[in-house]
Design a protein around this ligand. Structure first.
Ligand code: SF4
Ligand code: SF4
Length: 357
């Protein structure tokens, strides 16, 4: 989704991927010219005899909600652009709301997925989700899906029990964007770099995910150089070494020390909020900003609230009316309304200067 300047750029990235031991490519029609470029890049790489020894595994996605006819046209478009007759993995792109899951389990999506499998156009079906844990759990336990793509991050471990449930069922689990969405770890703060020594935070994040049994990491490469770390880590899926475990422990201790008694432990016990304030998500951004000095990342995520449809939260901390319903539920006795107000003040975008008047 990032190597979109030209077919040449995509080809260079795919070549670097093969050299790094990567054999899984994930794309989507929603990523502009990505599938078209990828189809052409794969042909170039094949003609040079550079295909991975194991062959490619290719995943693409279809947004939920379309009719069967439209979905069939979309899938055939994917196959045409990628120049393949079978797509290894077809994911429902973003089961973020209950109606998306209903579409996939009972509606037109169910008929579409059945058709895709029975005609041999698709090897297996799965889903990606940015939605609530309960929704993801229902999707995993439905038996409909063979894999899932989730937000699983070293600095946000809330969904690891869901990943484990999926792994226990024999599903493949893909970690969505451990670098960029995991805290923009490709360009971490000096504080986080120091806390993770002697490892780079991204290396530690990748190792943590691989050691947890996550099947696939999406690396989001725009340039061949973005795969340098992948090249180094291509055989690195064993258990964490003592040095790695210590580095993670030290990084967590430093966060705890900076946040003190105000650290949110992400247990979710404070929910639901009558105003719909996503308390743990907002306080997680506070944890990242103050605990790891990931201020730019936290501000970017905070200011996306309400602007990314069902892909991210709709309500920010300013909706808290201090009703105090959440207070007795927090096992850590956090002053939630005060922390939310402080989070809003720290993370909201600076008001735009008026141009005139
Ligand atoms: S105090 Fe604020 S965050 Fe807590 S339940 Fe009331 S509105 Fe929601
Ligand atoms: S109950 Fe307290 S510690 Fe748990 S997520 Fe809510 S604010 Fe954080």
């Amino acid at each position: 989704m990032r190597a979109l300047t030209s077919v040449q750029q995509m080809t260079d990235v795919v070549e670097a991927a093969v050299a790094a031991g990567i054999n899984h490519l994930e794309t989507a029609p929603a990523y502009g010219p990505a599938e078209d470029f990828l189809g052409q890049a794969l042909a170039h790489v094949h003609n040079r005899g550079h295909d991975p020894d194991t062959g490619w595994v290719i995943t693409s996605k279809i947004l939920p909600g379309c009719s069967v006819d439209d979905g069939q046209r979309q899938l055939d478009g994917i196959l045409r652009r990628l120049n393949i007759s079978t797509l290894d993995n077809l994911a429902v792109h973003g089961i973020n709301r209950p109606d998306h899951l209903d579409w996939a389990l009972n509606g037109d999506g169910a008929a579409l997925l059945d058709w895709a499998l029975s005609t041999g156009r698709v090897g297996q079906v799965g889903f990606s989700s940015h939605g609530a844990d309960a929704l993801i759990e229902t999707a995993i336990s439905s038996g409909r899906f063979s894999f899932c793509s989730l937000h699983l991050h070293l600095l946000d471990q809330q969904r690891f029990p869901l990943a484990q449930q999926a792994l226990d069922r024999g599903m493949g689990v893909m970690a969505i964007s451990p670098a960029d969405k995991g805290g923009r770890l490709q360009a971490p703060s000096t504080t986080l770099r120091d806390d993770c020594q002697p490892f780079h935070p991204l290396e530690l994040a990748y190792r943590f995910l691989l050691a947890s049994g996550v099947t696939t990491l999406t690396l989001g490469a725009a340039e061949p150089d973005d795969l340098r770390l992948a090249h180094t880590l291509q055989q690195a899926d064993g258990a964490l070494s003592q040095q790695e475990s210590k580095a993670i422990q030290r990084m967590e201790q430093q966060r705890q020390a900076r946040l003190g008694a105000d650290q949110c432990h992400q247990c979710q016990a404070c929910l639901p909020c009558p105003q719909g304030v996503p308390i743990p998500d907002l306080l997680r951004l506070r944890n990242l900003a103050l605990g790891h000095d990931l201020m730019a990342f936290a501000q970017e995520r905070y200011n996306l609230i309400g602007r990314a449809g069902h892909w991210w939260e709709q309500t920010n901390a300013s909706a808290c009316n201090r009703c105090e319903a959440c207070l007795p539920r927090c096992p850590h006795s956090l002053p939630i309304p005060d922390l939310l107000a402080e989070t809003h003040q720290r993370l909201q975008a600076a008001p735009r200067r008026r141009l005139w008047g």
